[in-house]
Design a protein around this ligand. Structure first.
Ligand code: SGN
Ligand code: CA
Length: 537
């Protein structure tokens, strides 16, 4: 299409009648970038995880069958806004400037979607944005986004025309907008970037009516470290994110005050339920009532209650994942039916991982495995081998470079990540990274936040070294080969000192490579006043 256009422009009257045929131009692939919010790898069956076996995600798994599953996919800062800004720009948080939620992303910043748009792609975004009020000015042609974090039921949707309530369930509304764009607004024949970004399964974990009952009665295995005491791990001990004590019993777990009642326990943000229609409320809370009544009658002790909450958490979290999985299925079905499958890259990812009871937690933020990891699956038939499992460590700084590469655009030197193209071909370059760098900044106590101290660190194929600073000042060191659940901080273990020294040197080198001088230097003594002052800035 582009080649023909170019020919037509250059043809002049003086040109001879016989023109050598233009070289066949490689068709530029469409890109469908699907992202959910807080979807743990542990809740995707293609990852072969304990939860995935019980609550399968057959449609997300289709992407792994058609293409590649990235076994070692990580974020750079396990929080929504920073992660999204990183995906758009290919930069670590300190360089795009969005280090904590609530900061403002400058929509005028360079982003890969605008770059593809300027090169002839149509671009569209539906669902969660959460970088600021709207994508206005970001260079995305067509968009309709959830307001702020987004509501599960009857959400406010922001478009260039303003904000209005749309009746229905957020995941379905986002999918409907996506399919309507594909069917009615897209210009066939022109490549496109389409972003479908779900709110689910983010807190407060509300499944669609059709899925509220889906996992009730299923017994999920309680993680072996659910009753973690955080011995030797002061930062882990200082958090406020346990399922047992920090989840809001009304808002998150929809627990009632007594048998026979629909009155909710602690529920500070009433709008989530008040905005439901009477029919939605009846169906939703009606489905939960037998479980709530039984719990209220059972007079559970503390340990039993902690386990009851874990089971309710899984019912609700995985219930919301069910609609996300259906959504992915609808988009893949569309690709099959439209004949666009072979010319489309489909990515499924999340803005970060999430704790599903490991260490007793929900939420994310920490550099521990479950929230450092994020799902990443990518298909491109004929280009990415079907069923490939990629072991090379990747990070969300890589996405921008990847899409530029697949779209045939020049690499952008400012980008800190690398194109995944060779990795996804099954032939990772010899100089691919062998360790990843991470930096988390947001320390906030109080309702809805989780009091996780700022920290940075390095993960190699075997070891993880973390420096907490600001609120808690501490080093942690894990040997993931012998301690995959990160229960034993070996920082003071004499046998580990040579490894720790080596990892500190590698960490310093990564901080230099990524130009991050935020927080204390690796060599700063733990409690030095200068280090603490730097950590707090
Ligand atoms: C809200 C949640 C927190 C969550 C943050 C960040 N509280 O504040 O539990 O950590 O979002 O999530 S809530 O009670 O308001 O749901 S993020 O995905 O946007 O980073
Ligand atoms: Ca998130």
């Amino acid at each position: 299409f582009l080649a023909l256009g170019a020919c037509a422009n250059f043809r002049s009257a003086a040109e001879p009648a016989t023109v050598a045929p233009a070289p066949v131009e490689q068709k530029r692939p469409n890109i469908i970038f699907i992202m959910s919010d807080d979807h743990a790898q542990t809740a995707i069956s293609a990852y072969g995880t304990r939860i995935g076996k019980i609550a399968p995600t057959p449609n997300i798994d289709r992407i792994a069958r058609n293409g590649a599953l990235f076994e070692n996919s990580y974020v750079t800062n396990s929080l929504c806004g920073p992660s999204r800004a990183t995906m758009l720009t290919g930069l670590f948080s300190h360089l795009h400037g969005f280090t904590k939620n609530g900061q403002t992303f400058d929509n005028a910043s360079w982003n890969w979607v605008r770059a593809l748009g300027q090169s002839g792609y149509q671009t569209a975004l539906f669902g969660k944005w959460h970088l600021n009020y709207s994508p206005q000015g970001s260079g995305i042609d067509t968009w309709a986004v959830l307001d702020d974090q987004g509501k599960y039921y009857n959400p406010d949707i922001i478009t260039p025309e303003g904000k209005k309530v749309v009746e229905g369930y957020a995941t379905d509304i986002t999918t409907d907008l996506t399919l309507r764009w594909l069917n009615e607004q897209r210009k066939p024949g022109q490549p496109f970037v389409l972003m479908m970004h779900h709110k689910a399964p983010h807190r407060n974990f509300m499944p669609a009516i059709r899925h509220v009952q889906k996992y009730i009665g299923t017994e999920f295995p309680v993680p072996t470290n659910y009753f973690d005491h955080y011995d030797g791990r002061p930062a882990a001990a200082a958090q406020e994110m346990t399922v047992a004590h920090d989840m809001y019993e009304g808002h998150d777990l929809k627990m009632t005050t007594k048998a026979g009642s629909r009155e909710l326990r602690f529920n500070p943000w009433t709008d989530d339920f008040n905005r439901m229609t009477e029919a939605q409320r009846e169906a939703y809370f009606g489905a939960l009532q037998p479980g709530n009544d039984a719990m209220n009658r059972a007079n559970l002790n503390e340990r039993e209650m902690a386990i009851w909450k874990y089971q309710r958490y899984m019912d609700e979290y995985l219930g919301t994942v069910a609609a996300v999985d259906e959504s992915v299925g609808r988009v893949l079905d569309w690709l099959e039916a439209s004949g666009e499958m072979d010319n489309t890259i489909v990515v499924y990812t999340s803005d970060q991982g999430f704790y599903l009871g490991e260490h007793g937690w929900f939420d994310k933020r920490f550099m521990y495995e479950e929230s450092l990891r994020t799902p990443f699956l990518m298909q491109y038939p004929g280009h990415i081998p079907a069923g490939l499992r990629v072991a090379a460590p990747i990070q969300n700084i890589d996405y921008a470079a990847t899409f530029l590469d697949y779209a045939g655009l020049p690499a952008r030197k400012e980008i800190q990540g690398r194109s995944l193209r060779d990795v996804a071909d099954g032939t990772p370059p010899a100089d691919w990274r062998d360790a990843i760098y991470y930096h988390y900044y947001e320390y906030v106590r109080g309702p809805g936040n989780h009091a996780v101290s700022a920290h940075y660190g390095i993960k190699s194929d075997r070891y993880k070294l973390i420096r907490f600073y600001g609120h808690v000042n501490a080093w942690e060191f894990y040997d993931l080969a012998s301690d995959p659940d990160e229960m034993h901080n070996r920082i003071d273990d004499p046998a580990m000192q040579p490894q720790i020294a080596r990892m500190k040197r590698r960490l310093t080198a990564l901080r230099q490579k990524y130009r991050d001088d935020g927080g204390p230097a690796v060599t700063d003594a733990l409690a030095s006043p200068a280090a603490i002052a730097r950590g707090q800035r």
